[in-house]
Design a protein around this ligand. Structure first.
Ligand SMILES: [Cu+2]
Length: 161
């Protein structure tokens, strides 16, 4: 009887130790993730109510700088080359990238670098994969690197409905 209970408490100690270890790993992962994943220092919300399926959408930063995104053709098709254009005013941009991610499902890595084309204009091409569920919501994040910071603007758009 005593042997049974001591064995039981021994295994619960092992369980506790494993839980502590997992919590430690999770905490370390959270702590180190900014070094492993590209993480924006500043996230600027796009202007509310703007639909990339219909128009160019912009985000205005607190200092007045603007980051505009347009995707053509409209409506946005899948499995077709898309022309992605970002126009930046009021800040000196280095690298500009656009990342397409499923809002609620993992659609793989879909990121494209844009080339500067003068006057704050950056142009690139993207391609959306087909989704098993038909239409889906995408988060299109414009990532702009300046000398001091990385700015992310997450636009949301429904494609293929
Ligand atoms: Cu999907």
């Amino acid at each position: 009887m005593t042997d049974e209970s001591s064995r039981a408490s021994g295994s619960s100690l092992v369980t506790l130790a494993m839980i502590a270890l997992l919590v430690g790993i999770a905490a370390a992962g959270y702590y180190w993730s900014p070094l492993l994943l590209p993480k924006a220092d500043v996230t600027a919300p796009p202007q509310a109510g703007c639909d990339l399926q219909r128009q160019t959408c912009a985000a205005v930063l607190p200092d007045g700088a603007r980051i505009e995104l347009s995707i053509a053709p409209r409506p946005i098709p899948i499995l077709t080359p898309l022309r992605v254009e970002v126009v930046i005013t009021g800040l000196q941009a280095g690298k500009v990238e656009v990342d397409f991610a499923g809002e609620t499902m993992n659609m793989g890595y879909n990121r494209t670098s844009l080339a500067a084309n003068g006057g704050g204009r950056h142009i690139g091409e993207a391609f959306l994969p087909v989704c098993v569920s038909g239409g889906m919501n995408w988060v299109v994040t414009v990532q702009v690197e300046t000398g001091r910071q990385r700015i992310a603007v997450p636009y949301r758009v429904a494609v293929g409905f």
